[in-house]
Design a protein around this ligand. Sequence first.
Ligand code: GLP
Length: 241
Amino acid sequence: MKITICRDEHEFDVAAAWRIIAQMLEKPDAVIGLSTGQTTKNMHAIVSDIYRQYPFDTSRVTLFNVDELTNLPRSYAGCCYTMIAEQIARPLGIPDERFLMPPTLSDDFERECRDFQNALEARGGIDLQMLGLGYNGHIGINQPGTPFGSETWVSPMDPIFEARVRRETGVGPDYPLGGLTLGIRTIMHARRIILIAKGAHKAEMVRQMLRGPVTEDIPASVLQLHPNCEFLLDAEAASAL
Ligand code: GLP
């Protein structure tokens, strides 16, 4: 298990950004999985800034996001497609053919899950997956209790996040919302994973993920078993270790 602790948030954001860039430089046709949220915003902006100032070859890179909302149009600003497109895919000049994202609207999400996973496999599988850490230990949208054997699926959303989405979109409680996410098994097949967490509010969950038992109650704890996973933390997120 490799744990890297950065001095502060800025050092963390820069370190995370350079790991993404280094992956593209080392393997120009890399398949790189991203994740959305507060943790990744600055790091995406830094990658985009560096690219603007010192362009590097992205002509064969494939990007995707680990998860996506279902049953909302992409025009909703909280959709992962929209966030990743704006934060990093467009700034890096990645066209839609190399920006793999499942649709947010479909009449057959089981098929969309299969197609998404097959599309990643057709490109040789995931070279690097950047993963945020949910407050309850979720990774992607795999909530506590998700079987470690899960493949790409539509999971119930994190309840706190779901409440926010409903507030922002005005959709009522009877309208189904979900999260299409790589499953735990799919994530574990990535050749390399970087789990990123910053801030004091993540400290207790970071401790449970790294020092607690490997259990489906804390989905991120499974990463203890991945042969090539780095845990990149800022000092605050590491403060309970
Ligand atoms: C959401 C996303 C996850 C992300 C997590 C952490 O649940 N679906 O992929 O890792 O939030 O978010 P934040 O970085 O805002 O704490």
